[in-house]
Design a protein around this ligand. Structure first.
Ligand code: DQA
Length: 154
């Protein structure tokens, strides 16, 4: 398993970041976030594989792929956060640290956003820090990965 590659996965509607509800999600595009995440990863010694899909099964496939190709995952599951037992099971199925990330503070929003199927199986949850949350989540993941690599080097 590569010790220094991490996946950053984005779920539905995040392809429209920057255009979509800018009052909630800001004006930064997902392409901008990818550049920032890759630069932040490089500073931490991590290669960031950054992806987005509107399809639940594709996200499941990518989590499975990470099992042998990544040391950890940052995932913004979008609305699948609140609906997807499949994503819960996929995270449970791979022995990888997963950070759940939301751009908005989901707890300050509608009550249907207060429940997450991912949180019980995530190493940690980051929400409400705008797109800077991607950098913060990568920092948290880098620390977990470094600790794992030090205690059980492959
Ligand atoms: C989101 C929050 C979700 O509730 C919403 O469905 C999204 C984006 C966020 O990044 O704040 O699509 O995950």
């Amino acid at each position: 398993m590569p010790d220094t590659t991490v996946f950053v996965l984005n779920g539905p509607n995040l392809n429209l970041l920057g255009l979509r509800e800018p009052a909630v999600y800001g004006s930064t595009t997902l392409a901008d976030v990818e550049v920032e995440a890759k630069a932040a990863g490089a500073r931490m010694g991590l290669a960031v594989d950054f992806r987005q899909s509107n399809h639940e099964g594709v996200l499941v496939d990518w989590i499975h792929e990470a099992r042998t190709r990544a040391a950890g995952i940052v995932i913004n599951p979008g609305a699948y956060t609140h609906t997807s037992i499949a994503l819960h099971d996929a995270v449970k199925a791979v022995d990888l640290p997963v950070i759940e990330l939301h751009i908005s503070n989901v707890f300050a929003r509608e009550s249907f956003r207060h429940h997450s199927y991912l949180s019980p199986v995530a190493a940690g949850v980051m929400c409400g820090f705008g797109t800077h949350g991607y950098v913060l989540a990568l920092e948290a993941l880098a620390k977990i990965v470094a600790t794992r690599n030090a205690t059980s080097p492959r």
